[in-house]
Structures are given as C-alpha cells and as structure tokens.
Design a protein around this ligand. Sequence first.
Ligand SMILES: [Zn+2]
Ligand SMILES: [Zn+2]
Length: 355
Amino acid sequence: MPSKILRIGAVTLTGGIVLALGFALVMMNSVTLQDRLVERALTARLSQTPTNLGGDGIDVVFCGTASPMGQGSAQSCVAVFAGDRFFLVDTGARSADMATRLGLPMGRLSGVLLTHFHSDHIAALGEMHLASWVRGRPQKLDVYGGPGVAQVVDGFNMAYGLDYGYRTAHHTQAIMPSKTAGLVAKTIKGDRVIYNADGLKITAVTVNHPPIEPAYGYRFDYQGRSVLISGDTTKDGNLIAAAKGVDVLIHEVLQDELVKATSKALVAAGQENLGQLIEDTLDYHTTPVEAAEAANEAGAQWLVFYHYAPVPQNALLKRIFLRGVDTVRPEGVLAASDGTRISLKGNSQSLEVTP
Ligand SMILES: [Zn+2]
Ligand SMILES: [Zn+2]
C-alpha cells in the first residue's frame, strides 16, 4: 500500500514540522532559553580562536585577498606570525572585520607594514588600531611604510584622536590606557632590513607600482623558513632577486582578459570613466602567468595568489583566472581566499594549508 505509507509519511512529516514550530515558538518566548543559547554561541565562538599561531615557525593568515575589484571580500591584508611576533601587511577595507571574525589575537599585534598608500591597502588602519588596543596591545602601534607613511599615520591619529580620548575617559586608564593609544610612523628608505629581533628578520623590498615611488614588498625569515609578500607590482626583477629560494612567494594578480572584459562592459553601459580607470590598472599589476614565471625565476617552493583583480567569484571565473598558469608552473601554486592559513614549521620543509 504505497499510497498509505506516503500518507502516513506526510502526516508524520507534518507532525514533525508542527512540533518544531511549537518548540521554536517556546524558545523565542523563553528568556532563560534565549540567554542560554546566546551564552553557548559566544562561548563556542571564543573557543574557536586559534591559539597556536607562530610558535617555532611561520603562520600566514589571509585577512583580505581582494583588490578594489571585488565586493564582499576584504581588501589586501596578510597576517604573519613568527614566534610571538605578529605583523599585518596592509589593512584594506573590511580587513579589520575579517581579522576579528577569524579570531586573530589582535592584542599580540607587533606592527603594521604598509606596502603603499592606495586606499585598498590602508582603509582599515584605524579599525585595526582599535581592535588591537581594546584587546590589550602593550605598546603604541608601529606602522612601517615608505616616505609618506607619516602623513597617513598623522591623518589617522587626527581622525581618531577624539575617539582615543572618549574611550580612555569612559573606560579608565586601566582598561584603555592612553599610553598605548595611537599609531607611530616608521619611515623606510630604500631596500633594507627593517626588523631584526628574536630570530625574526623582515626585509623591505622595493617593487614596481608607478606612480607610487617607492612601493614595497616584505620578506620574512624565521627559523630557516621564509615568506615574501609582493604588495602591488608588475612582474619585477628586484622582487624576484629578493625572493630567491623563498619557501612561499605570495604574489598579487590581475587577470588581464577579465579586466579588459569588465572595462568593455562598463563603457558599453555608458560608464566611460570607470571603464577607462579599470583599463588603466593593466599597466601596474602582474598577470597570473607572469606571477608563475616570477616564482619559477626566483626558485620559490610555493606560489600563492592574493589581491585578485577582479575577485573570481564563481567556478567559471576561477577557471579563466588560472588560464595558462599550469603550463608555466604545473605544481606549487595555491589560490588563497579570506581565511586561508599557511603554516611553515621551523627548520623543516613542511607546509600545511587550511582550509
Ligand atoms: Zn591594491
Ligand atoms: Zn596599489
């Protein structure tokens, strides 16, 4: 009697739905249950905070992988942990929100390294300052960058100055000390080591992103492991030389065919200025195939893409984005997204990627 079984099934299903709805109604009206659910959710969320970042090696967590061509994703931001040090390379729009959603230990923040001062690399600097200050950062926040970094830092300090004062006044010096409020500019000139302590060496590397002069990439060396983050650049000889033998080369990418198609569509829709602006970006970034060539020339073990222009938001666009890459570099290529973590154990060859 298949029809009876179905009917019984339907009755059972309906009964289940009624029961679930009834339960949901009771839940919504029970203050005790509501509070318990919130408490449980908060505890679960806080317990997911990663506690083992850095340690005896290098951990890299992507807190933003978008260029300005990519709504939704956070813009340029890479967190690098080495031992107990924690640096952020760039703080693009939405990256402070992403960093806190990922549970990064913001109170440990040692400094920010700005590659250059395009808005998609600095927009969240004020929020990164706040996110680390409220979590107990023990010193003012050092911000490294080329000439011009003092102007950026002064601007953020001025814009957020009243906020610093309000929070100390409201929460007291014990909770929000004014001695740790504020950003401190550290100006870099030329290619040089900008940090060398506790076994961690950070080298600033000039790259090619005209008219910005200089724009920087940063190389991290710790416990025999190394990571170089390109910042925004064309395929560049100085970057390739600095990346010689690096474990991981994290390189920006612009897919020229997708950018040209976007530009053409904007012009056709009557947005000539925006179409031209998009077209202009072709001359100061690196295509995925060029980035693969750069990684090969440097002898990098792994190439990791980030700062996507545009952000490939579906399987078709991802396929187009990687066109030709496997011909140049069949292995050792990863495409990062917001939240990707790469772990390099000290004095080993291991590389772990999550998710
Ligand atoms: Zn950029
Ligand atoms: Zn740029």
